[in-house]
Design a protein around this ligand. Sequence first.
Ligand code: SF4
Length: 381
Amino acid sequence: MPDSNFILNLSVLYRNTMKYFDRALAPYDIGSGQLIFLILINENEGISMQEVTKLSEVDKGTTTKSIQRLIDQGYVKTVPDEKDRRIKRLYTAERAADVMRDIYEMRNTYRAKIRDGMDFEKLEELMAQVCVNTREKLDPDADYAGMRIGRFDKMSLTDYPETVSCTVYMSGCCMKCPYCSSRDLVFIPEDTSFVSPDEVLRYLEKRRKLLDAVCLSGGEPLMQKDTGRLLSEIRKMGYKVKIDTCGMFPDRMKELIDEGLVDYIAMDIKNCREKYALTAGMSEDRFSMDTIGQSVSLLMNSDIDYEFRTTVVRELHTEDDLLKIAEWIRGCRRYYLQPFKNTGNLIQNGFSSYNDQEMIRLKEAVRAVIPDVRLRDVVSG
Ligand code: SF4
């Protein structure tokens, strides 16, 4: 196996190439940095400065400076655009005629020297592909560089109400609910292999006819800055979207609602206000109920379809706590109680669930305040 010295080799290739052309072009008083511009103008007579910047992928300042020098030296001339006099069209000037012929010869000599004994066409093909990859993958705005998808369930009949969906589980969470059943999404293990957003999008593209909706769960999906972008892509394919959230990001939730990127929001209500920090695994003095309160108000006052839901844990929730929650969210559209489940992937051990009969009794108590309270994952609920 060759050493993995790509960056070093790239640097050597660049510097030696520049040195070669600096020497070869010295008699014409042209620097290697001007070479690409002269070739681009020669091969695209009438090109604008802006188009040169785009094609060369060199920044505007450097392009302008280098081309101005070629103009000053008499290799390039400018002609105002006939329709828009503000645009200057670039042409090679008379002085360039002989130089261009020599430049192409220099380029051929350079290629002949460095291709010695190699499949150079293959190398060029690979380099072109690597360049495409650098454009598409290294630009922080061009891909989902910071997005962390921990798991991807390709089909679910239960995650989106009455719809066949798939579920994307985002890694990372702002809470540490001790009974959380997704420890690996909250405390991300060092050896985690994240699922690529592109893989998810490719899968969705192929399954348009089989799936109707996509659920974004976690972890906390609203923590990730590119969630909106991912949802726009998903939306373009015609999928419905559900988001599971802990309610700590009301502003982002509002943005997604306002932009029409979400159809259904399921928000956790961890516990009554007095026990919220404890149940969310947060320190009492640093936890503020403001953001949770804003998310509750946002949903209750919006037209979006939503549910509130509480995972009921024997050690954390009493009937009285659930009644306090019910008073808090009285008038909400839908409220689910779901029993805690030990998945074996908990943040902390030592928690248990109420049995089905107890859950039914708790639901009946809450029903006095919220008539449409429902049970999830309970037999005969
Ligand atoms: S249960 Fe709590 S810690 Fe776990 S993902 Fe949900 S909000 Fe985060």
